[in-house]
Write a protein that binds this ligand. Structure first.
Ligand code: GDP
Ligand code: IMO
Ligand code: MG
Length: 423
């Protein structure tokens, strides 16, 4: 498998967790490189369903070691909670997680600030997960963040936490919001820090040494390309680089050590939170996709907005990620539809455009140009090889790949491990 980066090519929830789990069977190490517990990656193994938020999905493969890379913003309390949840479900987590000493920490005041800011934005809100992601990355850039290295030094951590917490409490006070009880919060944090400290290490050294020893690394992306802080529909984005370049800056593994980029693409489109969504179906057709696809947020439970496949956005996403192979997900969700639509271009202010515009305002004025294609109207959920797919399903895949200039690698026809095959 060599060293592979896996990223989402749409607005998140493409099915990354499932494909990470499939590819992790061959990986020695699985590393997350950006985001935080805003992610919700679902893995179904037999009748059991796991949703991972911050811990790499490789934790479900007993032979994989998992790493939280420097590019994340990690809430220490959320790490421990997720580890104990996995332990309670029978997963052996012992000595299987390393945390970068450079990772930025999320504290309760970041979550409170995230919620307060969303409230202030009113109708213009981003629709964040309120997990403190934006404020923690803002502190990183403002050079006042607290990093995991400090978990090993309680005296320093205490002083820095109180100084930063006081600064946030002043902001809350000025806004008439509730304050954080720093002393009570510290009691929780001190115990958490003691438990996590043994996992904190220089993961950049670890990863580069592992590569030298011939081990295979799988880089687990979170969110999706159109939520990227630089390339997404700004400001309706998350606060990290979700695209493949983030795998290098978020781990300290150089681009020359990356061999492949797998892009995960849903056979239609979904989005959670606010912001433009050109192919959105705000009608009964969208509702039908939501119900059949179980399109409800894995982190917040919010109904996902649903729409047709967008070849304009997907082609651009494949370009900026340097995708070498595509995992096409949730083909089965389209099984009953007699006619499918694919967006092949955008009409903006009367002009036909074939590339994704940078401007969110422009994107919100898009009228999609659709091409219709016949549906296959057959159950695909028990199919186990590409050759056995209905001819019309193969034609849909071929047309998508032609439009997005991509190479199909994996097809998925259901949430389970077995409902996956290579092309
Ligand atoms: P991620 O954030 O990209 O990991 O995706 P999520 O886990 O948030 O959402 C994907 C959802 O689709 C999960 O509930 C998966 O179990 C489910 N899923 C993944 N692949 C397939 C598929 O091929 N067909 C169907 N019906 N469901 C799938
Ligand atoms: P996975 O990894 C879908 C969205 C939020 C919001 C925006 C900013 O499961 O694909 P944030 O809390 O990050 O500041 O919110 O980004 N968002 C996601 N949408 N899947 C995700 O993760 C997401 N993580 C964040 O809904 O619109
Ligand atoms: Mg998700």
């Amino acid at each position: 498998m060599a060293n592979t980066v896996l990223i989402g090519l749409q607005w998140g929830d493409e099915g990354k967790g499932k494909i990470i789990d499939v590819l992790a069977s061959r990986a020695d190490v699985v590393v997350r490189f950006q985001g935080g517990n805003n992610a919700g990656h679902t893995v179904e193994i037999g009748d059991r369903k796991f949703v991972l938020h911050l811990i790499p999905s490789g934790m479900l493969r007993p032979d994989s070691l998992c790493v939280i890379g420097n590019g994340l913003v990690a809430n220490p309390v959320a790490i421990l909670d997720e580890l104990s949840e996995l332990r309670e479900k029978g997963i052996d987590i012992r000595n299987r997680l390393l945390i970068s000493d450079r990772v930025q920490l999320i504290f309760e005041y970041h979550c409170m600030y995230d919620g307060m800011r969303e409230g202030q934005l009113g109708a213009g809100k981003i629709g964040t997960t309120k997990r403190g992601i934006g404020p923690a990355y803002a502190d990183k850039a403002a050079r006042c963040g607290i990093r995991a290295a400090d978990l090993r030094n309680p005296a320093v951590l205490k002083e820095r936490f109180h100084a930063e917490g006081t600064r946030y409490n002043e902001l809350f006070k000025a806004a008439g919001a509730d304050l954080l009880d720093l002393d009570a919060e510290w009691v929780k944090l001190e115990a958490t820090a003691a438990e996590l400290a043994p996992m904190v290490t220089d993961t950049t050294l670890f990863l580069n040494r592992s590569i030298k020893e011939g081990k295979e690394i799988l880089f687990e992306g979170a969110q999706g390309t159109w939520l990227d802080i630089d390339f997404g529909s700004y400001p309706f984005v998350t606060s990290s680089n979700t695209t493949s370049g983030g795998a290098c800056t978020g781990t300290g593994v150089p681009p020359t050590s990356i061999d492949a980029v797998v892009g995960v693409l849903k056979a239609y489109t979904t989005r959670v939170g606010s912001g433009p969504f050109p192919t959105e179906l705000d009608n009964a057709e969208g509702e039908a996709l939501r119900q059949k696809g179980g399109e409800f947020g894995a982190t917040t439970g919010r109904p996902r907005r649903c729409g047709w496949f967008d070849a304009v956005a997907s082609r651009y996403a494949i370009m900026i990620n340097g995708v070498t192979g595509i995992a096409l997900m949730k083909m089965d969700v389209l099984d009953d539809l007699e006619t499918l639509k694919i967006c092949t271009a955008y009409e903006i202010d009367g002009k036909v455009v074939e590339d994704m515009p940078a401007d969110a305002d422009m994107l919100s004025r898009v009228k999609p140009v659709y091409e219709e294609i016949e549906g296959w109207c057959e159950d695909t959920t028990a199919i186990t090889s590409y050759d056995d797919l209905p001819a019309k399903a193969k034609a849909y895949i071929a047309r998508l790949m032609e439009l997005v200039e991509g190479t199909p690698q994996i097809i998925s026809v259901g949430p389970r491990r077995a409902q996956t095959f290579e092309v």
